[in-house]
Design a protein around this ligand. Structure first.
Ligand SMILES: NC(=O)c1ccc[n+]([C@@H]2O[C@H](COP(=O)([O-])OP(=O)(O)OC[C@H]3O[C@@H](n4cnc5c(N)ncnc54)[C@H](OP(=O)(O)O)[C@@H]3O)[C@@H](O)[C@H]2O)c1
Length: 310
């Protein structure tokens, strides 16, 4: 088995691998965003994730069939991994996948968590994160946190988290309410670099998303095409930034994606990064890269120096 670096998810005390798995790529094409993935392939991938020693899987009611596939294929291995999902996402009456709408009312928050538990075939989530970084004002208005605390009291949720982004993440950290923050970060998206440290210093677990910048440094044109249109220009700009920084000159045989993942893992306050993939070869490459740990210190510093002006 690949030996993955491990860490503790902040004050939750949960042991995790620094490489986690983001299960958004299992969502399927319904809703117009994902790719076709058949059940057998998803099952093999999820078991490959656990067999390789990945100890945290992140999903969401918003990710089409993702929760259902996790429930179908690895509910029997539930004690092998930390499971996180989201709340505030729309809940459908018939349990069909929902896409994109959010409602932070107590009723919807509870209905969402209970739907996640049914789909995931588990009796508890290790952490549930408010999706799309709502302001503290929105959460107070709906008394949403009280509902998560009630679910925690009932044992359905172990810890309370936030999928947080600037600017709202500042007040979310200050509130002291959240045990876990999910935060976007990579070499090409460093806006939250300092906020990650602040979240960790406040005692929260840090779950980093976007840790390989959706594969764009090495992406083929069809991968770029697959990106939602509203994000495409941003990712093309990130790829151009990679080139402008002259990072290829520093890699000495390391692949661009190994560099990306190890750069993310080099953040001293990262606890885990939930890299998404539906491709077993990419998963294997990510495992191999993560097992090598952080970048050499001199390469890390030089890459940061070049990126700062690129
Ligand atoms: N809280 C939120 O609002 C939010 C938003 C977005 C995502 N998330 C969570 O964060 C997770 C990851 O986020 P993300 O998908 O935005 O970013 P990401 O992990 O940086 O990128 C995933 C993409 O990168 C590609 N990829 C992965 N490894 C690769 C490799 N070795 N070589 C080439 N391409 C590679 C994958 O394509 P292939 O399938 O082709 O490998 C996939 O399309 C999601 O799964 C989800 O759990 C949360």
């Amino acid at each position: 088995m690949t030996s993955l670096p491990a860490s503790t998810l902040g004050r939750t005390g949960l042991g995790v691998s620094k490489l986690g798995y983001g299960a958004m790529e299992l969502r399927g094409p319904a809703g117009g965003r994902g790719r076709e993935i058949d059940d057998a392939t998803a099952g093999r991938l999820l078991n490959q994730v656990l067999d390789a020693g990945i100890r945290l899987i992140d999903t969401s009611p918003d990710y089409g069939r993702s929760e259902e596939l996790i429930g179908t294929h690895i509910a029997g291995r539930r004690d092998e991994f930390v499971l996180t999902s989201k709340c505030g996402c729309a809940v459908s009456e018939d349990g069909a996948p929902t896409f994109g709408e959010h409602d932070f009312s107590r009723h919807n928050v509870r209905a969402g968590v209970e739907q996640s538990l049914r789909r995931l075939r588990t009796d508890h989530l290790d952490a549930v994160q408010f999706h799309i970084s709502p302001s503290m004002g929105t959460l107070h208005e709906h008394d949403s946190i009280a509902e998560l605390l009630a679910l925690k009291e009932e044992g359905k949720v172990r810890f309370i988290g936030m999928s947080g982004t600037l600017p709202n993440i500042e007040e979310q950290i200050e509130s002291g309410v959240f045990d876990v923050f999910q935060i976007p970060y990579s070499a090409l998206e460093r806006e939250h670099e300092e906020v990650i440290t602040r979240a960790a210093r406040a005692g929260a677990g840090t779950i980093i998303r976007g840790g390989v910048a959706r594969g764009v440094p090495s992406a083929r044109p069809e991968t770029i095409e697959r990106l939602p249109e509203r994000f495409r220009a941003t990712y093309v700009a990130r790829r151009e930034r990679f080139d402008r920084a002259g990072l290829d000159d520093l890699l000495e045989g390391m692949s661009q994606m190994e560099f990306m993942l190890r750069f993310t893992i080099s953040h001293p306050d990262l606890h885990t990064t939930i890299v998404g993939t539906a491709n077993p070869d990419h998963l294997a490459a990510n495992l191999e890269a993560a097992a090598k740990g952080p970048l050499p210190a001199d390469l890390y510093e030089e890459a940061k120096r070049r990126l700062a002006t690129a």
